[in-house]
Design a protein around this ligand. Structure first.
Ligand code: ASP
Ligand code: MG
Length: 457
């Protein structure tokens, strides 16, 4: 049993839905399909809600009309619209959206509960479209309302699933359909409280829906279909010819995500991680590409390195104690100051009387520097970046660290760290040096030729 989740760009237009249909048709066995809203629709819905909250009914209604029109055009291109250009299954969804927007603009207020009802429209409509497209292709597709499946608390806009109750509804609603060999199609991101009030799981929540459903069904695999070849060894906007990472452990993926890599964040598929269900990230534009398989224990490859990640912009703050505080007081003063301004440290190095901190370069930095001045001399460098080399964590040797330092040669680095596990090496460099530094690290640790060629579709 496989759960296949398709993101917004993989359902963005008729061509994308056509590719989705072929991918679903080619997958053997029992399957459930979870889809995001068409790309850009959730943002458009939330903008519409803001217009309504401001009492701008004309603009808000025009926005609703455009959103409906976009869906109808996709439906028409897929041959799903009737003679008058309408799609029966979609009309009630947009009629309700219109009512919600009218009510909100009369009240000049959009409560979190109303916001969820408005935002849910995106996935309700996209999943209806996809179910119709699959059926038109001759697949035994059946649409399932996600509000009958995912039971959540009432924490609107970021509701948490109630797993025990969700398991019961999955067994009641989804399992019998799968047993009859039907292809279940539902919308991600959306759930409902026990009382049936519409909720959402928070932005990007469709991955979470797929994981919740996958875990409840005891799926063999959860596939996350997106528009890139899975995880890459480096950001293609920074390094030329990064290679796909074929296998990754949940903890490596976690580390990479935290260090700034654009990778599926394991927190979003936590139910799958808990149930030890493999997650595969695949490219809906190139289904033949192997993608990235994320499991608890991936097969060991040759390389000690998984991938590179970059976090920026950062500011590097250096504080030299003037000696008025004892070393431990100095440390706790700095920690308390950071805590008060809720600042997260990306990397730091500490000597007795000197601390160097790389922090997110945001509006807070100047204020924090002022506060720190009471403990010592403070200097700050803006426009910095943290480059991280995430390793397999099994090699306790210094090969990653030594190799990284050798590769960087004359590029100035201002903080260097290695986690004791040998799992990752981090260096802070100037943003201007990111491209050169990343390229050198990439050449050293991922020396094979660029992305293997797949037959172009
Ligand atoms: N459509 C929702 C969003 O844009 C959920 C998702 O796509 O995962 O946040
Ligand atoms: Mg997403």
């Amino acid at each position: 049993m496989i759960v296949m989740k398709f993101g917004g760009t993989s359902v963005g237009d008729a061509d994308a839905i056509g590719r989705l249909s072929s991918i679903v048709a080619a997958q053997r066995g029992r399957k459930a399909v979870v889809v995001s809203a068409l790309s850009g629709i959730t943002d458009a819905l939330l903008r519409t809600a803001r217009l309504a909250a401001a009492g701008d009914l004309d603009e808000a209604s025009a926005a609703v009309a455009r959103i409906r029109q976009r869906h109808l055009e996709v439906a028409a291109a897929l041959g799903l619209a009737n003679a008058s250009g309408r799609v029966d299954a979609l009309e009630p969804i947009f009629a309700e959206l219109g009512s919600l927007v009218r009510a909100s603009s009369l009240l000049r207020e959009v409560s979190p509960r109303a916001l969820d009802a408005i935002a849910a429209t995106g996935e309700l409509a996209s999943s209806r479209l996809v179910a119709a497209a699959l059926a038109a292709r001759g697949l035994p597709a059946v649409w399932v309302d996600p509000r009958l499946v995912i039971v959540t608390d009432a924490d609107f806009t970021h509701a948490a699933p109630l797993m025990d109750e969700t398991l019961v509804s999955v067994e009641r609603v989804v399992t019998p359909l799968l047993a009859r060999q039907q292809v279940v199609v539902t919308g991600g991101y959306v759930g409902a409280t026990r009382e049936g009030v519409t909720t959402t799981l928070g932005r990007g929540g469709s991955d979470y829906s797929a994981a919740i459903i996958g875990a409840s069904l005891g799926a063999d695999e959860i596939q996350i279909w997106t528009d890139v070849d899975g995880m890459l060894t480096a950001d293609p906007r920074i390094v030329e010819g990064p290679r796909p990472v074929t296998e990754l452990s949940f903890s490596e993926a976690h580390e990479l995500a935290n260090l700034g890599a654009k990778v599926l964040h394991p927190a979003t598929v936590e139910p799958a991680v808990k149930c030890d269900i493999p997650v595969r990230v695949l490219n809906s534009r190139r289904p033949e590409a192997p993608g990235t398989l994320i499991t608890r224990r991936p097969a060991q490859g040759q390389s000690a390195a998984c991938a590179l990640a970059c976090r920026r912009p950062l500011a590097v703050i250096e504080i030299e104690s003037r000696g008025s505080l004892r070393p431990h007081e100095f440390l706790s003063f700095v920690a308390a100051t950071l805590e008060r301004s809720q600042m997260t440290v990306a990397l730091m190095s500490a000597a007795q009387s000197r601390l160097t901190l790389a922090v997110e370069d945001d509006a807070q930095v100047d204020g924090v520097i002022e506060l720190l001045k009471s403990a010592g001399d403070v200097s700050c460098q803006r426009g910095m970046a943290l480059l991280s080399l995430v390793g397999k964590g099994t090699q306790g040797d210094a090969s990653l660290f030594g190799g990284a330092m050798a590769a960087l040669q004359d590029i100035p680095v201002c903080i260097v760290s290695q986690l004791p596990s040998g799992r990752s090496v981090g260096v802070v460099v100037r943003e201007d040096d990111v491209r050169a530094a990343m390229t050198r690290l990439h050449d050293r640790f991922f020396p094979q030729p660029a992305v293997p060629r797949y037959a172009e579709a």
